[in-house]
Design a protein around this ligand. Structure first.
Ligand code: FES
Length: 206
C-alpha cells in the first residue's frame, strides 16, 4: 500500500465540530506517526449536505478497495473505514494475543459482526475510525512498520497517537491501553457486491 497524502483540514470553519475534530486529529496523527498510512476519503460517495445533516445512510463501492487498502466514508460526521483485508491479514487475526475483548463481548458492533473478524464479509472490515478513548483518529500501521510505538511482532492494525491505544485489524483493542473498548462497527449491509450501505442494515437499528 503506498503512502497517501494526509487529509487536508478545511481552512473555513463552516463544518460541524464533530467532523472538524477528526479531520484535525487525522492531521495530527500523521505528524506523530511518520510510518503511518493515511486513509483516503471517498468524497465521491458523500451524500448531500442536507442528507448528512439528517444522518442519512451512505453508500460506497467496496469493489474499489484494493487488497490491504482502506477507504474512508463520512457518515454522520464520522470517518468510517472500509478495509479489504488480505488472506494473510485474516490469518494473522487468529493469532493476535493480548486483546482486551477478543470475542467482542462488549457490544461495539451489530450481531452480524460479532465474530472473530468483526464483519459481515470476512475480508471487509467496516469500522468507525475514532478511538474509543477520547476520540482521536487512529492510523493504520501495517505489519513490518518501523514505528516503535508498536511491538516488534506487530501483525498490522491501528495506532492512536494521542495516548497510545492500539487495535488489531478487526478493530479489537489491546489490553492495558487507555481505550476501553473495541472500535465501533456501524450498522451496514451489502445491497450488492458493489454496493455497501453504511448506517442502515434493515433491522431498524441506525
Ligand atoms: S484518544 Fe486514542 S488513546 Fe486516547
Amino acid at each position: 500500500m503506498s503512502a497517501e497524502s494526509l487529509l487536508p483540514v478545511p481552512a473555513e470553519c463552516d463544518i460541524d465540530p464533530e467532523r472538524r475534530t477528526w479531520l484535525l486529529a487525522t492531521g495530527a496523527m500523521g505528524a506523530a506517526a511518520v510510518t503511518a498510512v493515511a486513509v483516503p476519503l471517498v468524497s465521491s460517495f458523500a451524500p448531500s449536505e442536507r442528507a448528512k445533516a439528517l444522518g442519512a445512510a451512505v453508500s460506497m463501492d467496496p469493489l474499489t478497495v484494493a487488497p490491504g487498502e482502506i477507504k474512508t466514508v463520512e457518515w454522520r460526521g464520522q470517518p468510517v473505514w472500509v478495509m479489504r483485508r488480505t488472506p494473510d491479514m485474516l490469518a494473522a487475526l487468529e493469532h493476535v494475543e493480548g486483546l482486551a475483548d477478543p470475542a467482542s463481548e462488549v457490544k461495539q458492533q451489530p450481531p452480524y459482526a460479532t465474530n472473530p473478524h468483526r464483519s459481515i464479509k470476512p475480508e471487509l472490515l467496516v469500522a468507525v475510525g475514532i478511538c474509543t478513548h477520547l476520540g482521536c483518529s487512529p492510523v493504520n500501521l501495517p505489519q513490518g512498520t518501523t514505528n516503535t510505538s508498536v511491538p516488534a511482532d506487530w501483525k498490522g492494525g491501528f495506532f492512536c497517537p494521542c495516548h497510545g491505544s492500539t487495535f488489531d485489524l478487526a478493530g479489537r483493542v489491546f489490553k492495558n491501553k487507555p481505550a476501553p473498548t473495541n472500535l465501533v462497527v456501524p450498522p451496514h449491509q451489502y445491497l450488492a457486491d458493489g454496493t455497501l450501505l453504511i448506517g442502515e442494515d434493515g433491522s431498524g437499528a441506525t
